[in-house]
Design a protein around this ligand. Structure first.
Ligand SMILES: NC(=O)c1ccc[n+]([C@@H]2O[C@H](COP(=O)([O-])OP(=O)(O)OC[C@H]3O[C@@H](n4cnc5c(N)ncnc54)[C@H](O)[C@@H]3O)[C@@H](O)[C@H]2O)c1
Length: 278
């Protein structure tokens, strides 16, 4: 018997699926009037996509859209009716939607438990969490009708680590990361990938008065185009359910979650109750 001579074909890895091409896609960017959303809208247009700048601020939103050559849609991400209207109108104008960047977000300005009002709490939960849930729920069927596509949500490093300066912001961003990871399998079955982008401190109006202090402390700040580049990386990726860390001076990287111990005795929960890492 002659040993088979390996040709290499037996062990060759499956060819990598082609990266997702952004040219000709229709993308909705929430919070697109400013900061990270604006820079991402600009990068998407640069990559050949058509962009809907969706923002609660009509003056800044319209100005951004005019400057970028995008379409403006007034959207309060906390309103499911607004999301439904956006999907209907964008579908009429562009024929469909391929990409959703669920990015609008706010912080509490550093409110601790004692200074946190009910209104401030409800506001941040509504924008940072409801806004992502409602957006994913409204956009997924539209993206599915196009045969699949992409969702990315803006979380934060505060979605992966505790930020004692703003615990409620931390809670909302942990919610976004958990939501993205848990939604990924269902969305994969519908041809949609979803990622969370987790930027460090980025030079946008969100920093407010903290910017001067951070600069004084020598803290390097990311720029909105840095985050936009990471978002485009998420969109082009064939992975799903990942949290991408973006830190000043580093390439964006997929965060590796540590495995969580399963129950003792080797018993494993049924598959649909199980974190794939257990
Ligand atoms: N700047 C940072 O350091 C940083 C770091 C990590 C994560 N983030 C996240 O990035 C995202 C974008 O923030 P940014 O830094 O670009 O801030 P930004 O203030 O420049 O932009 C936020 C945009 O969201 C819009 N917006 C606010 N509430 C809205 C609502 N209810 N409906 C629709 N649009 C609404 C605003 O009008 C604004 O245009 C947020 O989710 C934020 O939490 C920011």
């Amino acid at each position: 018997m002659v040993d088979a001579v390996p040709t290499g074909a037996e062990t060759a890895a499956e060819p990598a699926p082609p990266a997702y091409d952004l040219a000709g896609r229709v993308a909705v960017v929430s919070g697109g009037a400013s900061g990270i959303g604006y820079a991402t809208a600009e990068a998407l247009i640069g990559a050949g996509a058509q962009v809907v700048v969706a923002d609660i601020d009509p003056t800044a939103g319209q100005k951004a859209a005019d400057t970028l050559g995008a379409w403006y849609a007034e959207l309060d991400v906390t309103s499911s009716a607004d999301w439904a209207r956006l999907v209907e109108n964008a579908t009429k104008v562009f024929g469909g939607i391929d990409i959703g960047f669920l990015n609008a977000g706010v912080d509490t300005g550093g409110a601790g438990l004692d200074s946190l009002t009910d209104a401030a709490y409800r506001r941040i939960m509504a924008i940072n969490v409801d806004g992502v849930v409602y957006g994913a729920r409204a956009l997924a069927p539209a993206i599915e009708r196009r045969g699949g596509g992409r969702l990315v949500a803006t979380a934060s490093l505060a979605g992966l680590v505790a930020l004692p300066r703003d615990p409620i912001y931390t809670a909302t961003k942990h919610a976004v990361v958990g939501l993205v990871r848990a939604l990924a399998p269902e969305l994969a079955g519908r041809g949609i990938t979803i990622h969370a982008v987790c930027p460090g401190l980025t030079d946008t109006p969100l920093l407010g008065g903290a910017k001067a202090y951070l600069e004084e402390q020598g803290m390097p700040l990311l720029t909105p185009p840095d985050i936009a580049a990471a978002v485009l990386g998420c969109l082009r990726s064939t992975e799903t359910g990942q949290a991408w860390v973006v830190q000043a001076g580093r390439e964006p990287l997929m965060y590796k979650f540590r495995g969580v111990p399963g129950p003792a005795g080797g018993v494993r929960p049924p598959k649909d109750f199980r974190d794939p890492e257990i």
